[in-house]
Structures are given as C-alpha cells and as structure tokens.
Design a protein around this ligand. Structure first.
Ligand SMILES: Cc1ncc(COP(=O)(O)O)c(C=O)c1O
Length: 429
C-alpha cells in the first residue's frame, strides 16, 4: 500500500459511491425504481422524518441509485455531499433558493450560460433577489460589486461560450472576506480537469447533461457542497444556523456540520421545489462517470487539434481555446487546467452570420443542436439560439460576438473532424 490518502481520480471515477448491493451482492448499480421505502416500524418512520437517522423514505428526497451517483460526483469534486437534480437549471434554482431570500444580492459573471443569466435576471429578480453583472475575470470588478447584502458570487470555471477562465483563487479570497459563497459552475472542465473546491470555491454546480453524461441521453444537474463554508462565524446564515421551524427546529449546521448546505438542500429545497432526478437517469449518469477521465483527455486532445487547425484557416477571424497561446488567459489556464483545457472551442467565421449559417448547414459529422459535451462533435451559433434571450448588448458584454460559432469537439478520429470542417468552410465561402 502507498501512503496516499486518496486513490487516483481514474480509480474513483469507476469505484466511488458504490461497492455492491448489500441485499443481493449485485456488483452492478441497481436501478431502484421505487417511490417509497418500507419503515421498519413507527419509531423508524419518526426518526427518518425528524432527520435523526439517515435513510430513504420517499424518492423525491433520496433514492439509493441517485445516492450512489451523488456520492461519486462529490468524491471526484472533493466535496462533503452532493444533491443531484433533474437538470442543471434545477441545480442552480435549488441552490439559489437555499442561499438567498428577498433583499439579498448576487454578484454574477456576465459570461455565464444564458439560461443561468435568465434565471437570475428574471425569476430570482421577481422574488426580490438583486444582482450585479460583472466580468469575474477581473477580481477588482467583483470586489467593487459586493455589498453587505451579497450572498454569493457566481462564475463558470470556463465560460459558455466565451471560454474565459475564472481567477478562482482570487474569487475565493473575495468571497471569504465578504462571508459570501463562491459558486462555480464546473460543467466545461469537469472534476477531471479542474476541481474548484481545491482553489477556494464553496459550492460547485454542474449541468450533468453535458460531459458528465457524454452520451447526450439525459438531462441532469448536480450541486456539490465543498464543506468549506463556516456558516456560523458571521451569524448571517440563519437558515443554516438557526432552528428550522419547518423541520421540527433542526439546526442544520449543528446536526450536519460541514455538510449543512447539502443536508439543507435535500431536506427543505428538494422537499419544497421537487427537482428530483430519476433513478434511471442517475444510473446512466453513474455509468458514464467511469469513462470520464479517458473522455476528458481525448476531448482536450481533439479540441486542441481543431483549435490549431482553425487558427491557421484563412476563413477564420479569430479562435478562442484556453489551450492556445493566443488565449488572453493562457497563463491562468495553465494554472487551473494543467491536464487539458476540455472540448469546447469558439471561433468567428469571416463573412459574419450568413457565412456562419452556411457553415453550420454544411457540417455532416458535427451535429447542429443546442447541446454540448456529447462524445459526438456538435456545433451551434449561440447568438441566435442558446443566448438569443439576452439583448445584443448583453451578449457582446458577455463575449458573444454575432458571428461566434461554438464547437463541442467530441471523441471522433480528429482527421474526420478536420475533414468535416474543411467541407463546411468550402460551403461557407
Ligand atoms: C455551463 C452550463 N451550466 C448550466 C446549464 C444548464 O443545464 P441544463 O441544460 O442541464 O439545465 C448549461 C446548459 O447548457 C450550461 O452549459
């Protein structure tokens, strides 16, 4: 045996969260298709309902298949607990509802995925949670936007689709000084390429629909509690540190220690909002996790090949990929993404939106759709699709030029990808 405290990521991606079924010995993770669970007796029922004993009581709150998947992702991200949700949007919704009440404030990267921005700008604004949009690449802007009401700073490790790289360590420092929560959407790198909690994030969010799945067959989300927030220190987190009247006076920080947020999310937010994933989807996602390290290495290799090809192409105005020396935050990428920069590439085609349309229509191998992170390569024009509900000014401020094409580079033979891009460029000419 070695004296390492933890097994390697590739080992944990295969083994974490599940050994075998205690009842049958089944080595494969069973899909527990059940809505509820038989109580041992009335005392057991009461103890479960009062959170005095761990266990499953109703599948809106927890399910053994889902729990195995949650434990695996928490392990890979280095968190103390996780909550799987029915989508990435549901993950943010449950998290923000746990952290914020009317009158609270968020500091939000203006380069977030469009859906996260609309959630903050429309739904949470309607509930009285205000926000300031900033460039989280610039720590000074973040610092300047914080107010005494700020509860959280929201950023993506690598922005969708601007591909900016967040200064995680600096953001963590600002959040700690303000007793605010640094929330990092780690969908693009996955824990194989970056683990934001190690850099100071308190909470990690995923759209598991993307690389964590890799198969384009499931919609899902995840919130990982880093266990690094001292909820009690400032007295400004009563929802976690004061008796919860909706839960027989449970004090989450006392009962669950560092995993207070994960417990709160499950016991009250999932109870009330109900964005629960299915056992079947969680089974599929757990299966996918086993190959994640291999896939992310290949995504990164293929994306770098594609980015270099684009960089030299005369029909391209610009290319953005954190693995290229031309990327404005290349040094930051080397620090936070030392094992590869992931599968996403952005570029601007000469000839603007019209040329971009012809290009997309001519692609044969790349799928043209509103998804990313699939093992098969995909492409899209964000300004007219994923980010079309933002104004043009908001898009430009978020680094989304009108002609930006987003490529999600898959695991195919890279020569075939380049051939497909060549064909599309000819059509776009
Ligand atoms: C970075 C990022 N976060 C969150 C989401 C929302 O996830 P979902 O579509 O699974 O609800 C997306 C969706 O594209 C995304 O790209």
């Amino acid at each position: 045996m070695t004296n390492r405290t933890k097994q390697g990521l590739a080992t944990r991606a295969l083994h974490a969260g599940w050994r075998s079924d205690p009842a049958t010995g089944a080595f494969g993770l069973p899909i527990y298709l059940t809505a509820a669970y038989q109580f041992r007796d009335s005392e057991h029922a009461v103890r479960l309902f009062e959170l005095e004993e761990e266990g499953h009581l109703y599948s809106r709150l927890s399910n053994p298949t889902v729990a195995a998947y949650e434990a695996a992702v928490a392990d890979l991200e280095g968190g103390v607990g996780a909550l799987a949700t029915s989508s990435g949007q549901a993950a943010f919704t449950h998290l923000l509802a746990a952290l914020c009440s009317a009158g609270d404030h968020l500091v939000v990267s203006r380069k977030l995925y469009g859906g996260t921005l609309t959630l903050v700008k429309n739904t949470f604004a309607r509930f009285g949670v205000t926000h300031t949009l900033v460039d989280t690449d610039e720590p000074d802007q973040v610092e300047g936007a914080c107010t005494p009401a700020t509860r959280a700073i929201l950023t993506e490790t690598v922005g969708n689709p601007a591909l900016n790289v967040a200064p995680l360590e600096e953001l963590g420092r600002i959040a700690r000084a303000r007793d605010a929560v640094l929330v990092v959407d780690n969908t693009f790198p996955t824990p194989c390429l970056c683990r934001p909690i190690e850099w100071g994030a308190h909470v990690v969010v995923h759209s598991t629909t993307k690389f964590l799945s890799g198969q384009g067959n499931v919609i899902g989300g995840m919130v990982v509690d880093g266990g690094t927030m001292d909820w009690k220190a400032s007295g400004r987190w009563p929802l976690l540190t004061q008796p919860d009247p909706s839960y027989h006076g449970v004090v989450f920080s006392d009962r669950f220690g560092p995993a207070a947020l994960a417990a709160k999310l499950r016991a009250t937010l999932l109870r009330d909002l109900g964005g629960t994933p299915s056992a079947f989807d969680s089974y599929l996602l757990r299966q996918s996790l086993g190959t994640l390290p291999l896939r992310m290495a290949r995504h990164s290799e293929n994306a770098l090949t594609v980015a270099r090809y684009l960089q030299d192409h005369r029909q391209i105005d610009w290319v953005r990929y954190p693995g290229l020396d031309s990327h404005p935050q290349r040094e930051r990428a080397k620090r936070y993404l030392p094992d590869g920069c992931g599968g996403m590439v952005a570029c601007g085609i000469r000839g603007g939106v019209e040329a971009g349309r012809r290009f997309l229509d001519a692609l044969e191998l790349f799928g043209h759709m509103a998804n990313l992170g699939d093992s098969r390569s995909l492409a899209i024009h964000p300004a007219s699709t994923t980010h079309s509900q933002l104004t043009r000014e908001e898009r430009l401020a978020g680094g989304i030029e009108d002609g930006l094409i987003r490529l999600s580079v898959g695991l195919e033979d890279p020569r075939d990808l380049v051939e497909d891009l060549d064909r599309a460029f000819s059509a776009a000419r």
